[in-house]
Design a protein around this ligand. Structure first.
Ligand code: GDP
Length: 302
């Protein structure tokens, strides 16, 4: 079940209850479906899109059996995701051959799961035979550097860190420069997730990006935004803040194992048109999945 059991229960059970025993799709069924989707954190805009899609396909008060309605619902949910960009470039943790190392900047608020996601990525890239280097550019929290250090030991990968309070862009620069010198395949850079205000965040991230680019022109190649899926609609708000502050190129949604709010994945994919590349389904190194739209929807309906 891909660790999505809670979402599946929360999501699918609500929908099944609405659909159960229904033989016509009337206003009431559509309203109930709408409520079920919104309460599963699909978000109002995305829910309306799905309901409109269903409405167009079934004539009002038309006889329809439960499994047919179920199939239409699944297809409409899938079609919402189809419109969002696909990128399975990390499917087997392959990397582009156009440049080396591949530099990924990881952004997101504190507690979203950045450090853990970096640890999981380090583990997976290493398993795929890639040489990984971590950059501890969240220099504001001693715990963040310590955590990253633990992950680097666990995955047996290199790490570049400075002392607490050091300039994050200097750490990022050193990490990339060192990765170039050591012929590394991929650099994962942790950043601070303080959201004092948007200007501050924008300045901080653009400084880091500039220094990374100085160390390796063309980099960073990816800005991966990590969002805590268990916060539901709050994750959408964070996505708004970060996409407004910097060019986010990919999204990872964490903590989908412990929550029934996984519907937020649909809302995020639909509203930001930025590929969701990873989902986190636990705390272990192996608990990161490369996001696949079809598999995701299938697992909700299976
Ligand atoms: P950061 O502040 O953004 O670096 O967040 P951390 O990586 O330190 O994660 C915060 C907490 O969330 C930690 O206790 C992690 O173990 C936990 N966590 C991260 N990702 C997941 C996930 O996919 N599932 C679960 N259940 N916990 C997670």
């Amino acid at each position: 079940d891909q660790g999505l059991q809670k979402t599946k229960e929360g999501f699918f059970d609500k929908l099944t209850k609405v659909i159960a025993g229904k033989s016509t799709v009337d206003e009431e069924v559509l309203d109930d479906l709408e409520n079920a989707l919104v309460s599963a954190d699909v978000g109002v805009d995305t829910t309306i899109k799905i309901i409109d899609g269903i409405e167009k396909r079934v004539a009002k008060d038309k006889y329809i059996n439960t499994s047919e309605l179920n199939r239409i619902l699944k297809e409409e949910i899938q079609s919402v995701l189809i419109d969002s960009p696909v990128d399975t470039s990390y499917k087997s943790y392959e990397l582009p051959s156009t440049h080396k190392p591949h530099v990924i900047l990881i952004v997101g608020v504190n507690g979203a799961g950045k450090t853990t996601t970096i640890g999981k990525l380090a583990h997976n890239f290493t398993l795929a035979g890639k040489k990984v280097l971590l950059g501890a550019a969240d220099t504001f929290r001693a715990a963040a550097v310590d955590q990253l250090d633990i992950w680097s030991q666990r995955a047996k990968v290199s790490i570049v860190k400075h002392s607490m309070g050091a300039d994050p862009s200097a750490v990022a620069f050193d990490a990339v420069q060192s990765a170039v010198a050591k012929d590394m395949d991929v650099v994962l850079i942790d950043t601070a997730g303080r959201l004092h205000n948007k200007i501050h965040l924008m300045d901080e991230l653009s400084k880091i990006k500039r220094s990374v680019n100085k160390a390796l022109p063309g980099s960073p190649h990816e800005v991966l935004l990590v969002l805590d899926g268990s916060t539901g609609q709050n994750a959408l708000e964070q996505a708004r803040q970060f996409t407004g502050a910097t060019d986010v190129t990919a999204i990872a949604i964490t903590k989908l194992d412990g929550t029934a709010k996984g519907g937020v994945v649909l809302a995020i994919a639909d509203q930001f048109k930025i590929p969701v590349k990873f989902i986190g389904v636990g705390e272990k190194a192996t608990d990161l999945l490369v996001f696949d739209k079809k598999e995701f929807v299938d697992s909700l309906f299976e």
